[in-house]
Ligand binder design. Structure first.
Ligand code: PLP
Length: 390
């Protein structure tokens, strides 16, 4: 059975060009990039090129790029550095809809005595910057807000938030794991101090990420060891991964228009047709300000996980906004923060597309989804009750 992959916010397929760029660095050019000899040095040269390619995608300087192992490491490093370099400050501001790479870390920091403010979002997942203004105090070490939400695609006004933080002398970090490669980022034109990227979300492999640190920003390393990454991240470099990420960033810059035209058009077609064909369905998140590849749709009175199982039987891959934890289906923290009604939050499915999806695939999904929802609603006592009440 062929797979229709609409789960690109979970991970992406490595681009063919990326794999090609990486392959020689596993067996042929396996030298250590830090070695004195030419054999290792040539790998070091390729890593320099990758650093330039990553910097070019986000309008940064090559020396502002630190290669890490993943988005989670980048997020953790940014927050921990902000705290380590300002030991007298004990307050962090973030939002209720951040990825666990920030949320779970903040929960741990709260247990260690730090004060955490999680800014709320409205029913469309939109952040009100007035709440940020009110929350900043002389004790605030860092504001960390994601650029694009992984579940809904909603884009936060991080550039404006960074200016507000700077006016109060507070560091600003953004988790741009979902935004990088999908929407333009130009760090020359904004006040963002730190930014996280993950390779596997933009057609590079798993196991490589980036932390951008603006020149002049104090940084305290998370990984202590050798002299790699100018002593900002110890550990022998993942040369194939880094080289692949460089290539992926070069491709992402070239494909940015395609993301915002072709991919967006496919996403809009999928969303529009599903809403039209399936009663009592709705989009979660601000449809006017979203990543071009993401739609999160709730189908009332059905379980997201049941929908995914039936989709899976047809080879369609997506994600649900509810997760089976300790035997109970809990809607995601993002949908809960948005106050999505219980019967809607449970039946949410996230479709996340990429440039590799085709119109034929989208047409197939549009055709198959209505009978799936109808079948599940036929088994739902809540749906039958809601029909009787109407
Ligand atoms: N931040 C966001 C917004 C994400 O979506 C993810 C992954 O889903 C991460 C951070 C973590 O990235 P990684 O899987 O590379 O650790």
């Amino acid at each position: 059975m062929s797979v229709i992959y609409l789960d690109n916010n979970a991970t992406t397929q490595v681009a063919e060009e990326v794999l090609e760029a990486m392959l020689p660095y596993f067996r042929e050019f396996y030298g250590n990039p830090s070695s004195m000899h030419t054999f290792g040095g040539q790998v070091g040269q390729k890593i320099r090129t990758a650093r330039e390619q990553v910097a070019a995608l986000i309008g940064a300087l090559p020396e502002e790029i630190i290669f890490t192992s993943c988005g989670t490491e980048s997020d953790n490093s940014a927050i921990r550095s902000a705290l380590a370099t300002q030991p007298d400050k004990k307050h962090i501001i973030t939002s209720r809809v951040e990825h666990p790479a920030i949320r779970a870390l903040c929960a741990q920091l709260a247990n260690q005595g730090y004060r955490i403010t999680e800014l709320p979002v409205d029913k469309n997942g939109v952040l009100d910057l007035e709440n940020l203004e009110k929350s900043m105090t002389p004790d605030t070490a860092v504001v960390s807000l994601m650029w694009g939400n992984n579940e809904t695609g909603v884009i936060f006004p991080v550039e404006a938030a960074a200016v507000m933080a700077h006016e109060k002398g507070i560091l600003f970090h953004t988790d741009a794991v979902q935004a990088a490669g999908k929407i333009p980022i130009d760090l020359k034109k904004n006040a963002i101090d730190m930014l996280s990227i993950s390779g596997h979300k933009l057609h590079a492999p798993k196991g490589v990420g980036v932390l951008y640190i603006r020149r002049g920003t104090k940084y305290s390393p998370f990984m202590i060891g050798g002299h790699q990454e100018k002593e900002r991240r110890g550990g022998t470099e993942n040369s194939p991964g880094i080289i692949g990420l460089g290539k992926a960033c070069e491709l992402a810059a070239k494909n940015m228009d395609k993301e915002n035209t072709y991919v967006k058009k496919l996403r809009d077609k999928l969303e529009g047709e599903l809403l039209k064909r399936i009663p009592q369905s709705r989009v979660n998140g601000d449809t006017g300000n979203r990543l071009p590849n993401t739609t999160n749709i709730s189908f009332e009175y059905v379980e997201g996980e049941a929908i995914l199982l039936l989709m899976n039987e047809l080879g369609i891959c997506a994600s649900s906004g509810s997760a089976c934890t300790s035997g109970s289906l809990q809607p995601s923290h993002v949908l809960r923060a948005m106050g999505v009604p219980f019967t809607m939050a449970h039946g949410s499915v996230r479709f996340s597309l990429s440039i590799y999806n085709t119109e034929k695939e989208i047409d197939f999904v549009i055709e198959k989804m209505p009978p799936i929802i109808e079948r599940l609603r036929g088994m739902s006592p809540f749906w039958n009750q809601s029909c009787t009440n109407q």
